[in-house]
Design a protein around this ligand. Sequence first.
Ligand code: ATP
Length: 363
Amino acid sequence: MSESREIAIDVRAAVKRYGDFTALKTISLSIYDNEFFTLLGPSGCGKTTLLRMIAGFEDVTEGAIFLYGDPIADLPPNKRPVNTVFQNYALFPQMTILDNVAFGLEMRGQSKSQARKAAGEMLELVQLSQFAARKPSQLSGGQQQRVALARALAPKPKVLLLDEPLSALDLKLRKAMQLELKHLQRETGITFIFVTHDQEEALTMSDRIAVMSAGELQQLGEARDIYERPRNMFVADFIGETNLLEVSVDAINAGRATCHLGGGHELSCNSVEGVNVGAKVHMSVRPERLFMSEGPTDSEGLKGTVRENIFVGTDISTLIDLDDGPKFIVRTSNSDRGNKRIFEPGNEVYVNMEMEAARLLVD
Ligand code: ATP
């Protein structure tokens, strides 16, 4: 992503304390204009707190937040060009769908006819025009959430904050809405800041992701980068599934490390900033970047025994007890099975990895 892009939200060393409790510990990050940006992390890590500080519902204890270059500390929530979609969409039950969307516009001073015209356009955008005259109770959960989206988009905010907006929907609807949200963001060009604890959701939708835990930013990057190049144990473990091996680092040269396992077996992999020669660290490799063979394909193959095969729809996960380490998971795509031998429980097997795929992690 180019550095010359306009910055929509600039969070500079922002701290949030509630009494003695520090909910956010010195967070700095920039969110670009027209970006689909996601705050991702487990419950309690501070995602909502950061969102509420941007919205103006919480003040910033230390540091500052800038919106398109201007500090926002003194701007009350209703004066910020920012709108929020919440998990519980809280539509007015007695109003029609059209009036629900028009209401906020009238509150902002638009005439009734202006507001209704703009609301009609928003309902078109979320493909609900045919339901304009219905009441919220006559719509499904997914449709109601789309009304909430139309309502939040209607005043044309520069930034839309979305706090777990899909978590009340069932899996199938959630998946459909993920694509719709992404499409809406592209179509409107509004900067979306999306909060979720669901890593798959974050990977599907986001241009960039900020992974948070315990009030700290763990890693910020494009979805693919976060998945393929996690920098620490937390990120590797939280995003997707991974295999971890404890290794001792013998040498590092131009970003490549030579390591050995407890039993002496040598491996090479990518290093990461912060790992030093002599350290004991973890190496991470994703299950789909491993493959099995009957004999060793090179000196780095790890020997083990198949414990179990698990069918997970598009893939098979094979659980393997390594002779020289912990349990490993190898994932084979079903579409690839024709070319590969299926190993059964009890079979001896060698696990091989693409060197590029294995990475050291800082703790
Ligand atoms: P979730 O996914 O469960 O919503 P989150 O990552 O959004 O979690 P926050 O709601 O931002 O987490 O809360 C971060 C931490 O701050 C939590 O430990 C929470 O208990 C604490 N916290 C939030 N609001 C307050 C408050 N008003 N007073 C005291 N502590 C608070």
